[in-house]
Design a protein around this ligand. Sequence first.
Ligand SMILES: Cc1ncc(COP(=O)(O)O)c(C=O)c1O
Length: 371
Amino acid sequence: MRIAINEPSLGAEEIRAVSSVLRNGRLTSAQFHGGAYVQAFESAVASYVGAKYVIAMASGTAALQASLYIAGIKKGDHILVPSFTFIATANAISSLGAKPIFVDILQNYTIDPDDVAKKITKKTKAIIPVHLYGNVAPIRDIVKLAKEYDLQVIEDAAQSLGSTSRKKHTGTFSDMGCFSMYPSKVITAGEGGFVVTNNKKLHDQLLMFRNHGIGPRGPQTFGLNFRLPEISAALGTAQLKKLDKFLKMRRRNANLLTKLISDMGIILPIPPKDTNVNYSLYTVAVPDRDNILRKLYQKGIGAAAYYNMPVHKTPFFKNATRLPVTDWAALHVLSLPVHPHVSTRGIEYIAKILHEAVWEASETSWEVFAR
Ligand SMILES: Cc1ncc(COP(=O)(O)O)c(C=O)c1O
């Protein structure tokens, strides 16, 4: 049996949607509001997440860059961000000449508000909580802290489309929430992303920024080409229609997996009661992680360690900040496939192989794990 960690679910609806763009031949639009497919995509997402505005972008990274620019982030500004994230979050900060200040994480792998509070200085301008794996960051605490210190909050919701806390969608707690539609995400547009906001002024500024600073009456300010192509927008809209079905299957698989592996003494992803996570990644923590990963690969299971190198240890961002929970997580986490293509038999197989692999984990690793 071969099971990929994530794979897009594409069918006749997606082929029809993309074909209709190819047939009409309007592949993109440099109008202020974008093309017809982009606009349809934006209103569909807005009603899904319960936000007033959505601005489609070329990628999740572009969504973060545009949001940071519109938030007024400048060279030398400090941005508080978890090191335990995909490197794109930090790259977006650096692309504006700003400096990521790395913060530690909580047990659910999202930003630790206490560490944020400790690291706020005069240079701090914004906080980027990341809803990693689809887990919801302690966003209400972060927004409260930000108000107290007059800081901006931009949510990196790249992995969390469909995750909610008390029925409110991630990405809608702050001024701007940024999402990705890279093919490993819960829905895909090939490449693509979007920003959600309830603020009309930010909406207009983001629309201009993605289109070279051109407003309804011509060039107005600085901007770049961050437009989402019409083909991608059509694909994204077709995928969005299936999102609830996809999430139901992910949750069903995740719940079954949790039931089958809850006897192992490893750390499972158990979300709080008022939270609905999208299981973009089903992530456990295990002793002897790299050996277990190897055994899973050998048996055809595409498990993966997101992220075995936290951003503060990568060559470009290397610094000596001490982030003990981040370091522990980087050593122990392991994500398992629960995407819609994994069958009940597939989940049972993953549980069986994981049992065998953890059973064989070295005793010394268990000792380190327990600490
Ligand atoms: C946490 C996080 N932030 C940002 C991004 C960047 O998104 P994209 O790949 O669409 O540029 C991703 C996804 O790849 C991500 O997982």
